[in-house]
Design a protein around this ligand. Sequence first.
Ligand code: DAH
Length: 379
Amino acid sequence: MSDLHTQQTEALAAIAAAADLAALDEQRVATLGKKGWVSAALKTLGQMSPEERAAAAPAIQAIRTEIAEAIEAKKAALEAAELAERLASETVDLTLPAPAAPKGSIHPVSQVMDELAEIFADLGFAVATGPEIEDDWHNFTALNMDETHPARAMHDTFYFPDKTLASSSEAVGQQKTPDGKDILLRTHTSPVQIRSMLAQGAPIRIIAPGRVYRSDSDATHTPMFHQVEGLVVDKGIHLGHLKWTLETFFKAFFEREDIVLRLRPSYFPFTEPSVEVDVGYSNEGGRRVVGGHGDAPGHAWMELGGSGMVNRRVLEFAGVDPYEYQGFAFGLGIDRIAMLKYGMNDLRAFFDGDARWLTHYGFSPFDQPTLSAGVGARA
Ligand code: DAH
């Protein structure tokens, strides 16, 4: 016991002396961590006789509590000091006159969405929207992914847990719509295809930009990101129309004529046939620049999205007669094409809300994309 008290005194001194949060965490690991000496002491209780344990347990518990409290208190103090230092270094003098120019800026994602709408409007597309909180019928079933379809599992879907069941002994269930459909955050913009066709029938020509959600997070994936869906349904539509439309769009969007697309056979439940859309690019000064044939020297192909001819089952689900109408659809990542066009390399920074990043990459509210003056930003 006296050994433990010596260790305790030393640990408390080290905690008090910790210069920063990292040093403090070292102390936490050495004491309360899985392999720390306090945890080890607690484990010895199991081998003691009941009398020994009755004597030792309160003492060891007291040591544990005292160390835990010391760490908590020190952590709070270190954090407060860090915050105070930051506030001191970032003070704003509110008595200064207001800046001459407005400070806000348009986020690149908003700017690119406006560019998309402008270019596609010129090709006769209307902008459609749908709810971000969807049900599994629109998000999956009507897109030809029934309950057992393996593609459902690949979407890392955020479902809404049913809180009313959580406290009972039953497993936590999923929240449902009144007619029994699972509620979820849409995993793609494709359900807007279904909603638009159900609402207006055919012929139809829409794009649907918006937020989508998947349980995924690293340097190139964020749990929320942006897609744009495209859908054309009419009589006699074929894959050639799809390729021309995408090519025309990308030429206008990247503001260069040398855009070369490659349609690569693929699979999506909601299209048949399905293709992935690649664009040729080269590396210039460590930056990817679209343009040129992907097989040309110094060039390669990069995937931009998925597309294909709308599966006739999808048309049927959406109340459109597949004997009369055909369609093509596509889905592109907006963040991805924004990064390519404006040269950002880390997706996560898009959503940090850091004013310095926004000032650097944001656009003036006066910089409205127009086809006559160029859809891109005027530098
Ligand atoms: N919804 C697909 C996804 O999120 C992308 C996609 C592929 C959309 C093919 C389409 C399409 O409209 O035809 O991965």
